[in-house]
Design a protein around this ligand. Structure first.
Ligand SMILES: *Cc1c(COP(=O)(O)O)cnc(C)c1O
Length: 413
């Protein structure tokens, strides 16, 4: 770990207060040109005593705007203090989490994983447009059946066809033969460029795609492609539960990664992360954005700088060892739960490195699923799966209640 460490609360607080001082202070400075201010002080008191020890809340009240991208060119200088913290967060994620070389990344804290995925596909589309003069109907998005619905959303918005590879029902693994014939058919229909989205944990199963399945086939057919990893779900888990993971920037074929801090990291909503290699993000430059200082390279415009502070606070409060311990505890609980299911001969899918267990619905009575708020794969009578996500608040005692309810029902049956 080069940049990520555990820091005491006092250092974090000092660092953030310093950063806020480097921003425009709407209360004290004369700033006449921005359609921005601190939060309304009739509603959000800036002098409340508890704010003193709560750097994230203090930043919410100060209300810095992190509009734009702060890893490329210049940015809005009014908020340079907290923008620097966003850059620090991105550096930890790119270099320490995902093995990027120093300063070789671009990225930003997006409103969520959906936007980060759309941004990635937008960057790839324009890259193909600019470098190969590709028309949109020559470009296809490639993903699996288990891919998050933000990818169909991107396909619709960006006017690109989406091809979804079949996965095995029990293994949730992409079937390479079916994938190859799907690509062959696409090529015969005029597709030449492929934006691949591989999952580093799908939302429903926690299954992790092997990106080589895609790239081996595309390379054997001499096709142009770009590869994005959707780590919205697993980005804060998988690199720690599987220390041998190669799903990161050490694989030169991976161009960009989405991670959601508002899922497993328990940051506030509004903290998706888009990270890419240098040389890509400028493909989505909006030249018309002239009133904003610096270049406009993001899908969203204004966004709260407090979100970057929230992620910074969590990362540096835990540090790498603290975070590893937290993930290990979730893994232990998940192992325990799987063992209980094994005893009851209840079949399920689990990736051994993930904290999601997806159970065959045939073995879960519907009323029990509802009582425990298990999420179905489909909200209709065709549903075949229910998932349990072992989060921070899901302790063994909670899991035990579900196991007991299932045992009880089996006795009666
Ligand atoms: C949740 C999720 C997303 C979308 O993220 P939001 O933050 O809800 O926009 C994308 N991909 C995967 C795999 C997800 O789990």
């Amino acid at each position: 770990m080069k940049y990520w460490k555990k820091l005491p609360h006092q250092s974090l607080q000092t660092r953030i207060e310093q950063a806020l001082k480097e921003n425009v202070d709407f209360e004290k400075d004369t700033s006449l040109g921005y359609p921005a201010s601190k939060l309304d002080d009739k509603v959000f008191y800036s002098d409340a005593p508890f704010l003193k020890d709560a750097p994230t809340l203090k930043t919410y009240v100060a209300n810095p705007n992190h509009i734009g991208c702060h890893t490329y060119g210049s940015s809005e200088s009014a908020f340079k203090g907290t923008q620097e913290i966003e850059r620090e967060v991105l550096r930890v994620l790119a270099v320490d989490f995902f093995k990027m070389e120093d300063e070789q990344f671009d990225g930003y804290i997006a409103p969520g994983g959906t936007e980060a995925n759309i941004q990635a596909i937008w960057v790839f589309r324009n890259f193909f447009n600019h470098h190969f003069d590709a028309s949109n109907d020559e470009i296809a998005i490639l993903a699996s059946e288990d891919t998050h619905y933000s990818i169909p959303k991107a396909s619709n918005l960006l006017n690109l066809d989406l091809l979804q590879a079949k996965v095995g029902f029990d293994t949730r693994e992409i079937d390479p033969e079916a994938l190859r014939s799907m690509i062959e058919e696409a090529v015969s229909n005029g597709k030449k460029y492929f934006s691949v989205i591989a999952n580093m944990a799908t939302t429903m199963f926690g299954s992790v795609d092997n990106p080589d399945v895609y790239t081996d086939i595309l390379e054997s057919m001499d096709l142009e492609y770009k590869l994005h990893i959707d780590g919205a779900y697993g980005g804060f888990v998988y690199p720690f539960s599987n220390l041998k993971s190669a799903v990161n920037f050490s694989n030169p074929k991976i161009s960009s990664i989405t991670i959601d801090a508002h899922k497993m990291l328990q940051a506030p909503y509004g903290t998706g992360v888009y990270l890419s290699r240098k040389g890509l993000i400028e493909n989505v430059l909006t030249k018309e954005a002239e009133y904003v200082e610096g270049m406009d390279l993001t899908l969203c415009g204004s966004r709260s700088g407090a979100n970057a502070i929230a992620v910074y606070m969590i990362l540096f409060t835990y540090g790498p060892y603290g975070w590893y311990e937290k993930i290990s505890i979730l893994q232990m609980r998940t192992d325990w739960f799987c063992k209980q299911l094994d005893h009851l001969s209840i079949p399920y899918f689990r990736n051994e490195h993930m904290n999601i267990v997806t159970i065959y619905s045939s073995h879960i009575p519907q009323d029990i699923a509802e009582k425990f708020d298990l999420v179905p794969e489909q909200h209709n009578e065709n549903n075949k799966w229910y998932k349990v996500v072992i989060m921070d608040h899901v302790e063994i005692d909670n899991l035990l209640q579900l196991i007991d309810a299932l045992k009880e029902r089996m006795k009666i049956a």
